[in-house]
Design a protein around this ligand. Structure first.
Ligand SMILES: Cc1cc2nc3c(=O)[nH]c(=O)nc-3n(C[C@H](O)[C@H](O)[C@H](O)COP(=O)(O)O)c2cc1C
Length: 366
């Protein structure tokens, strides 16, 4: 598939996750089967662009193209300036954040709060598209289904966004009110897909090859975006890609292979953050990777006390060496996988008439 004129290698995307999808993690996912990755959100507040946090977020050194940067903010002019600033630093695609539920973001009317104010949302889209179009940079939009259950306006906003020049829409199947609770729903995503000509990406709770196939089938979406299930398991992209292509599961990955990938990721991570910050911020990635392993929790507790790259690398290497002596293969599927959620979707009939009924049942706020 393409985003605007830009071709992608496949339709499996890494979700933008602040504090997670930094350049090393995006690289790791792309190496292991993701066709596309978006940066963590970058603020539109000019005074913060030179801060260490934002400049790390804007780091794309050696990143496999296309380079996509997500911007967040509330003011159309500032958002347009942020888009131009990031294009000058290598962004080839600009994504507008209308999906983040964080209070810090929503209290200032950014992120998913913008879905409550359609005129402002469209003014932002218009301003960003106006600055990106002449530079041949496609603009994409990430949103939720709406603000709350009774205000699910994703369809209205997606239609208007398409008319305003947006090149692709991603919908996380939850409202702002839900945060990350409950289950993602896919009817709204199916309705958006049915109404738009531009690519539509389904997001929310996709955490196994079966669930991926089911969400694609149910929504008819052009692509899937995966967030939390890729934490500590970026090879989920190749597992899903293989399953979608063949209908069969990829053979489980050898522990020795994961050990090598994880150590390489840690070295890349330290190269971006340096030793002090790098050791601390790497802990969550290691913790996620080992959480499904026997002894993983105890290892994580001990590892969190280590302060140097050398100690951290050695501890991870030794732990996985010992594991490899006991079991050759990494557990095939992460705990908490969505097998039963896949069954839930499958039990709901999906055809054109149901999709139409779903569309009608969505309260349109325009
Ligand atoms: C730690 C974390 C940080 C996130 N940061 C962002 C962000 O910066 N921008 C954004 O659009 N969504 C953000 N999200 C939402 C994800 O992109 C995604 O929509 C959500 O996690 C649902 O997908 P999943 O069920 O596959 O995790 C974040 C989610 C998590 C868990």
């Amino acid at each position: 598939m393409n985003i605007g004129h830009i071709p992608l290698t496949n339709n499996l995307f890494v979700a933008p996750m602040a504090g997670v999808t930094d350049r090393p993690f995006r690289q790791w996912c792309k190496r292991l089967g993701a066709g596309y990755a978006v940066s963590e959100m970058v603020t539109s507040r000019r005074e913060l662009w030179t801060s260490l946090k934002t400049s790390r977020r804007a780091n794309h050194d050696g990143e496999v193209e296309p380079i996509a940067v997500q911007i967040a903010g509330t003011d159309p002019l500032m958002m347009a300036e942020a888009a131009a600033y990031n294009i000058d630093r290598g962004a080839q695609i600009i994504d507008i954040n209308m999906g983040c539920p964080a209070k810090k973001v929503c209290n200032v009317w950014a992120g998913s709060a913008l879905m409550q104010n359609e005129p402002l949302a469209l003014a932002i889209i218009g301003a960003v598209v106006a600055v990106c179009e002449p530079r041949r940079v496609p603009v994409t939009l990430k949103m939720r289904t709406g603000w709350c259950h009774d205000e699910r306006n994703a369809l209205v906003l997606a239609r208007a966004a398409e008319s305003a020049g947006i090149a692709m829409v991603t919908v996380h199947g939850r409202t702002r009110e839900q945060g990350y609770k409950g289950l993602a729903e896919y009817d709204t995503i199916a309705a958006v897909k049915a109404a738009l000509r531009i690519p539509v990406v389904a997001n929310g709770d996709i955490d196994s090859p079966e669930k991926a196939r089911e969400v694609l089938r149910y929504t008819g979406a052009d692509a899937l975006m995966i967030g939390r299930a890729a934490q500590g398991r970026p090879w989920i992209f190749r597992e899903i890609a293989h399953f979608l292509a063949t209908g069969e599961h990829l053979l489980p990955t050898p522990v020795a292979q994961v050990r090598q990938w994880l150590l390489e990721h840690l070295l890349d991570h330290y190269s971006l953050y340096g030793e002090r910050a790098g050791v601390r911020t790497a802990r969550k990635h290691i913790g996620w990777a080992v959480r499904s392993l026997p002894g993983g929790e105890a290892f994580r507790t001990g590892m969190n006390r280590l302060e140097t790259c050398k100690e951290q690398i050695r501890a991870v290497g030794d732990f996985l060496d010992e594991l490899a002596d006991r079991q050759a293969l990494w557990p095939a599927i992460a705990p908490g996988s969505a097998q039963e959620r896949a069954a839930t979707i499958a039990s709901t009939p999906c055809d054109a008439s149901i999709a139409a009924a779903n569309q009608a049942s969505i309260r349109l706020t325009a």
